[in-house]
Design a protein around this ligand. Structure first.
Ligand SMILES: [Zn+2]
Length: 68
């Protein structure tokens, strides 16, 4: 009887750790695009050319679509 409860506790701990790991990954995943958006204003997202918030002349000539 006790061993069954002990296993359940271990499973609950494993689930809790798994949720924690997933939460940390989600937080990291949501933080990275925010930094990307900030960097996009300074440099081109596609080629990395410094544009200072202006449209990238290189990518603008290639295609008018924004990567859709
Ligand atoms: Zn570009």
């Amino acid at each position: 009887m006790f061993s069954v409860m002990y296993r359940m506790v271990l499973i609950l701990i494993a689930i809790a750790v798994g949720i924690l790991v997933v939460a940390i990954l989600i937080i990291k995943a949501t933080k990275t695009p925010a930094q990307d958006i900030v960097g996009m204003n300074i440099t081109c997202k596609k080629c990395g050319t410094r544009t200072n918030g202006l449209a990238c002349p290189k990518c603008k000539n290639k295609s008018q679509s924004f990567g859709i």
